[in-house]
Design a binder for this molecule. Structure first.
Ligand code: NAG
Length: 227
């Protein structure tokens, strides 16, 4: 009778100890499983973040533009020799190499909502017809983004009415641009906001770097999408 009690007691103790050990172990196993999961999920995240937005900057910018912006880069022509270049969202739309540039105002018009290039052309300010130039400018609808580069000379056929249109597109410098100045500009139609994207190199016979022409000017950046 006493022996049975003793055996019973010992068994209870052993079973209790076993159950306790198993539960402690399983707690450790759960912990380890959680650790392993954590390591894997970190791996998942780092794998995703390295593969998805590793896009390289467009138009040779130094950084990638935010999602609601368009990348652009504009270089003016050099004298009457090297054509200007206009890049939009990674694509060179106009350049001397493509051979679709000309003297005067080279201009790309883009839909500001979806980035579609609506049209591009050069307004020949040397021999163009003022009424054709005006018709092109007046056809730029609200919501469009314009990218502009000078080549050779901008002012020969440039009237005050044309200057007003560029002023309304956001240019602050068009009203003071003179014969043979280099000019690059990016603006938006229909907002009447002044654009931060503009640069002029004034033609000055005492400091011009090319014979009779000033230096090339260049701007690039991220133009906010019109939503
Ligand atoms: C962009 O919008 C214009 C005007 O709404 C439309 O004609 C053009 O097809 C659109 N382009 C794209 C790529 O969605």
């Amino acid at each position: 009778m006493r022996l049975r009690d003793l055996l019973y007691g010992a068994t209870v103790i052993i079973v209790t100890l076993l159950v306790w050990r198993i539960s402690v172990n399983s707690f450790h196993i759960q912990e380890r499983a959680r650790d392993i999961q954590r390591i894997f999920s970190v791996h998942e995240i780092s794998r995703v973040s390295t593969t998805t937005p590793a896009a390289s900057p467009k138009c040779k910018l130094s950084k990638v533009c935010p999602i609601d912006h368009f990348a652009f880069q504009i270089t003016s022509g050099a004298a009457d020799v090297v054509g200007p270049q206009i890049c939009f969202e990674g694509k060179i739309v106009m350049s001397g190499v493509i051979n679709n540039v000309g003297p005067g105002i080279n201009m790309v018009v883009v839909n500001g909502e979806n980035g579609t290039v609506e049209k591009f052309s050069y307004l020949n300010m040397l021999i163009g017809k003022p009424e054709d130039i005006l018709a092109f400018l007046k056809d730029i609808k609200p919501g469009m983004i314009v990218l502009v580069a000078s080549f050779d000379d901008v002012t020969t056929k440039l009237t005050d009415e044309m200057r007003e249109i560029f002023d309304a597109l956001g240019s602050t410098m068009i009203k003071s641009i003179k014969h043979r100045d280099s000019w690059v500009f990016a603006g938006g139609a229909g907002t009447n906001e002044k654009s931060p994207f503009e640069k002029v190199a004034v033609s000055d016979p005492t400091s011009n770097i090319y014979e009779g022409w000033p230096e090339v000017v260049e701007i690039g950046g991220c133009f906010p999408r019109k939503i």
